[in-house]
Design a protein around this ligand. Structure first.
Ligand SMILES: C[S@@+](CC[C@H](N)C(=O)[O-])C[C@H]1O[C@@H](n2cnc3c(N)ncnc32)[C@H](O)[C@@H]1O
Length: 392
């Protein structure tokens, strides 16, 4: 079996069930022959008659033609496309982005990077995913019933469906990083949720690790607001979630000896930076952070070439957001983290949907980390900014 055949067979043999690598999108491009009339083929999972199938879209200059494939046919189809039509494939799965460059099909160059697309972006299979949620709809889950997301029979209340999906999406990501957390079952996993708010996510992480995975945990939710903290502590007590505590305080002042995982969801502006700074200072293995309200650099950005464009406030706002998170990502890389920016939920739920997923795998003296630090400095200087993350 050649390398490509093996790759496609593995990809589609895993199918879309369970926690295995799930194909989200495949794009074939770079024609082998000029005479091929279509410029690319895109394959996506679709639900046909309740079964996961795949749809291939042939892109012509002025039209698109679709062909449905069963799961069993798709691996062979992909191989044939690579042998006959295209030299390049970009494959997006739930775990990785794979690029294949195959001028010679028998000698392909295959590279893998952390995933940039989330399964929630394949809206066509949303219905199927419902069945596979980590917390399923239709089965009572104590904290979701208590917080009014489900009724007593376990049915999700329609107006809370988006929250329910968000929680499950978050848990899918926690499931992906779970293998990086300490495996020793005796020592509690210490997890801190900075800016926990009403703490749906904190309760969800507790439920997943303690109830579903049967791990010892010590989970802390921190927030500035007293009423929120009192409310969350009461819910935790009512539910008997004894290893979950909520504390009132400012992220920037919070001290701890360690944490195995630090999470933030929509911790505003520089609150995210302080959470990242804390996490790195504790050598935290896994960081999951969905930033929001990245305003800090808006009034700082200066760049002669970009200046004419930056007079448009909305563009400056978007650039500020990407620059802030780009600098955060590079700074984490410079501290020995493997960083991926992934879609948290699809844009239909919230525009604040980029997650920084960072796993500590190296050291800050590695070549990779030094390179990231140099890139960070170049980018920072290009826009003449001084972000809070610099304190790292
Ligand atoms: C948009 S809410 C998000 C709440 C929750 N994580 C969620 O996604 O549902 C942001 C929360 O962060 C808290 N927060 C903002 N800055 C903070 C800081 N410096 N220290 C602690 N909490 C902070 C706010 O009080 C607020 O509850």
């Amino acid at each position: 079996m050649n390398k490509l055949q093996e790759l496609f067979i593995n990809l589609f043999a895993n199918g879309t069930e369970g926690t295995e690598e799930k194909p989200i999108k495949l794009v074939f491009s770079g024609k082998r022959r000029k005479s091929t009339e279509y410029s690319k083929i895109t394959i996506r999972p679709v639900l046909i008659g309740g079964q996961i199938s795949y749809q291939a879209e042939y892109s012509y200059e002025k039209k698109a033609i679709h062909k449905n494939l069963s799961t069993e046919e798709t691996a062979d189809f992909c191989l044939k496309v690579m042998e006959e039509d295209f030299k390049q494939a970009n494959i997006f799965t739930s775990i990785s982005d794979i690029q294949i460059l195959a001028s010679k099909v028998e000698n392909p160059r295959i590279t893998k990077k952390p995933a940039t697309l989330s399964c929630s972006s394949c809206s066509n299979i949303t219905h199927n995913r419902t069945k596979n949620h980590i917390i399923p709809d239709g089965v009572p889950c104590d904290f979701l019933v208590h917080l009014g997301v489900m009724d007593k029979s376990g049915k999700v209340i329609p107006k809370h469906y988006s929250k329910f999906r968000q929680i499950n999406r978050y848990l899918e990501i926690v499931e992906d990083v779970f293998p990086y957390l300490p495996a020793d079952k005796e020592t509690p996993l210490k997890i801190i949720d900075f800016g926990c708010g009403k703490a749906y996510l904190t309760f969800a992480i507790y439920y997943y690790l303690k109830v579903q995975k049967n791990r010892n945990v010590e989970i802390i939710g921190l927030d500035l607001k007293k009423d929120v903290i009192d409310f969350c502590n009461k819910v935790a007590r009512d539910l008997g979630y004894h290893e979950l505590k909520f504390l009132m305080g400012d992220i920037a002042d919070y001290t701890s000896d360690h944490a195995d995982m630090v999470v933030t969801l929509h911790a505003c502006d520089t609150a995210t930076d302080y959470a990242l700074i804390n996490a790195v200072s504790w050598n935290t293995k896994v960081i999951l952070s969905v930033p929001c309200c990245q305003h800090e650099l808006f009034s700082q950005i200066k760049n002669e070439i970009h200046q004419p464009m930056l007079k448009y406030g909305i563009l400056k706002d978007r650039l500020t957001e990407y620059l802030t998170d780009g600098l955060r990502g590079l700074k984490l890389e410079s501290k020995g983290y493997d960083v991926a920016m992934i879609e948290f939920t699809s844009l239909e739920h919230t525009a604040r949907n980029i997650m920084i997923k960072a796993v500590k795998t190296g050291s800050e003296t590695s070549q990779k980390a030094l390179k990231a630090q140099a890139q960070y400095e170049a980018l920072r200087d290009f826009y003449q900014v001084k972000p809070t993350i610099e304190k790292l």
